[in-house]
Design a protein around this ligand. Structure first.
Ligand code: PMP
Length: 687
């Protein structure tokens, strides 16, 4: 079982053992240094479903159980200072989680704003329905940032997205909402057909981002579309950078009025198509608003939307969702049909404390010096990315970082089954990551050059430890790793959707193990492998051709069998000792069967047909060969039932008939290996 977990890329026993040690070492480290946090988590895990859902969701599902058993980590913190958090055990860590994106300015600012906000409204307290006068100023600043006519307040980003979508549908009297694959718009399943929603969603079209066909479709169905909803900073999932064109934006600090990047062009194109067809363009800036620039993605990309949704940082650390929109899209009553109402409202929508903290934040944002802070922070982040990648490259570590303003992600240069483990190594180094692990990390604006240097050192140390613990093997250390990983991955995916009964899985793995043993016992010679490739391809052809021309198929099959056995008998004779350990025929039995195959045509000729009528005996020879094959195969099946049991006999039988298929996957490049010339000495230096 442990082998399956720590050797899921097909790594050999030596590496699996090294990895097990590494996992135990890491686990012991956390048990010692985070004992209080772990105990706290263990106490509430069973009654806190959010924690149970999020504690291991950065771990791919095949490894979740093992990681939960070994780690059971959760982040319990009691204090913040600059970009650092202090946990229950007293450890200080660098926080790059961004607090789900809220922490733009630095924790210390939010402390001030939350306190200041409360101070401003404390005489009023929790009065809802009636409004504090501060609301008017907030609305006026939000209108000027969004360049839109009206504002409404909600309690979370998700709720604000729901409100925007509902208002767009109501005011356009159309049903469909367009969004783009890979985007997240909150947990509401109305715009998240993926993410585990089991409801049949018929009023949301999820199109491919950055694709001209999406524009064509919008054009085509314009009369049905109530709004095009887009998150201007898509992607940034683990190991997934923003759309490739956006990368152009990352290395340089962009001038905000420069809208010539390909991604900006895409947003402009969307804007054009929407305007030409009277479709509202809705920017979901819950994440990107105030992160890219003080004016959000609208300012950064130079595109004006018809509705904009904000959240996260905009209430200075308090929970919020905001919709800004054009007047005719924000109406909740139909002036011509008074009975038509879009009921969008919420108890806490303009809570005085939230409005107070928002006011503090909006004042900070509107200061003339604030844009400078953004420019400086983005420059520091870009410099850090360059220097970190240089160091990682020099140390030959397969990890890179990539940023987009102050959002950054970790990229892995090599495919691997354990890249996600880096988050645990980073955690041990004292880095707190977001819920998507090493994807979509964020540096707050208060990240200094020294903080970045510390972060770089931590990333490098974590990657070095991972490398020496054997999580990243090269082709030399583990031949055929990519194929092994792919096969395992496909199998795990199938198992995750199809309920394969356990005995069947065990049966499959035993067959595969026997194939592996067989390969090691008698298939290491490259020419033998090539013969197997030839004979296996012929067998597969004959499996089908036998229904069209029985005689020719049998003769072809027999030729293939002789080629195959020639390979074993001549090229790898020592294998026979090892073969004894397997279920197949031994050399003596094989010789008897081969003798039988040779005897059949000889006896047929002697029985009076003579050489002249050679062709006339072919069908009967083919039939007798076929019968002998059946007798040999089913005789062996019966023998194995008698000597072992039915299951064992079926393992041998299924292995036998599927060997031609697996041989092709195993030996398809044998010819290439035989004929590839070894590199000439010194050729690299001269070329
Ligand atoms: N839209 C986007 C683009 C987001 O990033 C998020 C939150 N990550 C939401 C909507 C949902 O916001 P909330 O979690 O406040 O409901």
């Amino acid at each position: 079982m442990e082998r399956d977990v720590w050797g899921a890329d097909g790594a050999g026993e030596r590496f699996v053992a090294r990895r097990k040690d590494a996992v135990n070492r890491l686990s012991a480290y956390f048990q010692e240094h985070c004992a209080k946090s772990i105990a706290w988590g263990n106490n509430i895990r069973d009654s806190f479903s959010d924690l149970r859902f999020t504690d291991a969701n950065r771990v791919p599902f095949p490894f979740m159980r093992a990681m939960r058993e070994k780690f059971n980590l959760c982040s319990v913190v009691t204090e913040s200072k600059g970009p650092r958090l202090r946990d229950l055990d007293g450890n200080w860590s660098l926080d790059v989680s961004g607090s789900y994106g809220l922490n733009l300015a630095g924790f210390d600012h939010y402390k001030e704003w939350m306190e200041g906000g409360l101070e401003r409204v404390k005489d009023l307290g929790a009065v809802l329905g009636s409004l504090h006068p501060i609301v008017a100023e907030n609305i006026s600043i939000l209108k000027s940032i969004s360049k839109l006519d009206e504002v409404s307040f909600h309690m979370s980003g998700t709720e604000a997205v729901m409100a925007a979508v509902r208002l767009a549908r109501f005011n356009k009297r159309r049903k469909l909402i367009v969004c783009f694959s890979g985007a997240y718009h909150g947990w509401w399943d109305g715009v998240q057909p993926g993410l585990g929603s089991e409801r049949n969603i018929t009023d949301c079209l999820t199109l491919k981002d950055l694709h001209p066909a999406s524009l064509d479709l919008i054009l085509h169905r314009a009369h049905e579309i109530a709004g095009v909803l887009i998150n201007p900073v898509q992607s940034f999932h683990p190991n997934s950078p923003p759309p490739s064109d956006t990368i152009l934006l990352t290395s340089e600090i962009r001038k905000t009025e420069d809208s010539s990047s390909p991604y900006a062009q895409w947003l402009h194109k969307l804007r054009e198509v929407c305007s030409a067809n009277d479709i509202p363009l809705i920017f979901d800036e819950v994440f990107s608003g105030f992160r890219l620039a003080p004016g959000g993605a609208q300012e950064y990309f130079g595109v004006q939307a018809d509705m904009v949704v904000y959240g996260k940082s905009v209430a200075g650390g308090m929970p919020i969702g905001v919709v800004c929109g054009k007047k005719d899209l924000m109406r909740r009553f139909d002036p011509e049909h008074p009975m038509r109402i879009a009921y969008v409202i919420g108890t806490f929508s303009a809570h005085p404390v939230v409005m107070g903290a928002m006011n503090e934040f909006l004042h900070w944002l509107s200061r003339p010096v604030t844009p400078e802070l953004y420019t400086e922070a983005q420059r520091r982040c870009a410099q850090w990315v360059r220097s970190t990648n240089e160091t990682l490259n020099q140390l030959d570590l397969p990890v890179r970082v990539m940023n987009f303003t102050t959002i950054w992600t970790v990229l892995f240069k090599e495919p691997g089954r354990y890249n996600w483990l880096l988050q645990y190594y980073l955690r041990a180094e004292g880095v707190i990551l977001s819920w998507v692990g090493t994807g979509r990390c964020m540096s707050s604006l208060d990240f200094s050059v020294e903080d970045y240097q510390e972060l770089q050192a931590k990333i490098v140390r974590a990657a070095q430890a991972m490398k020496s613990d054997g999580w990243w093997l090269n082709e030399e250390q583990q031949p055929g790793r990519e194929r092994a990983m792919r096969t395992r991955l496909i199998w795990e995916m199938v198992k995750s959707v199809v309920q394969v009964p356990k005995p069947l899985t065990a049966f499959y793995f035993e067959i595969m193990q026997r194939k592996k043993d067989d390969h090691h016992a008698s298939h290491s010679n490259l020419i033998n492998q090539l013969f197997h490739l030839l004979s296996s391809s012929t067998f597969i052809f004959c499996y089908i051709f036998i229904f069209f021309n029985f005689t020719v198929a049998m003769f072809l099959g027999m030729a293939a069998l002789f080629v195959r056995q020639f390979g074993h008998a001549i090229l790898e004779p020592p294998c026979h000792d090892k073969e004894k350990a397997l279920l197949g025929f031994n050399t003596r039995n094989k010789s008897i069967i081969v003798g039988g195959y040779i005897l059949i045509p000889v006896v047929q000729m002697i029985q009076g047909y003579g050489l002249e009528s050679f062709t006339s005996i072919l069908p009967s020879v083919a039939l007798l060969w076929f019968l002998l094959t059946l007798a040999a195969v089913f005789g062996r099946v019966l023998y194995l039932i008698w000597a072992h049991d039915f299951r064992t006999s079926m393992i041998w039988f299924v292995k036998l008939i599927t060997d031609p298929i697996t041989d092709i996957f195993a030996y398809y490049n044998s010819a290439d290996k035989i004929f590839r010339l070894p590199p000439r000495r010194g050729s690299e230096a001269t070329s």
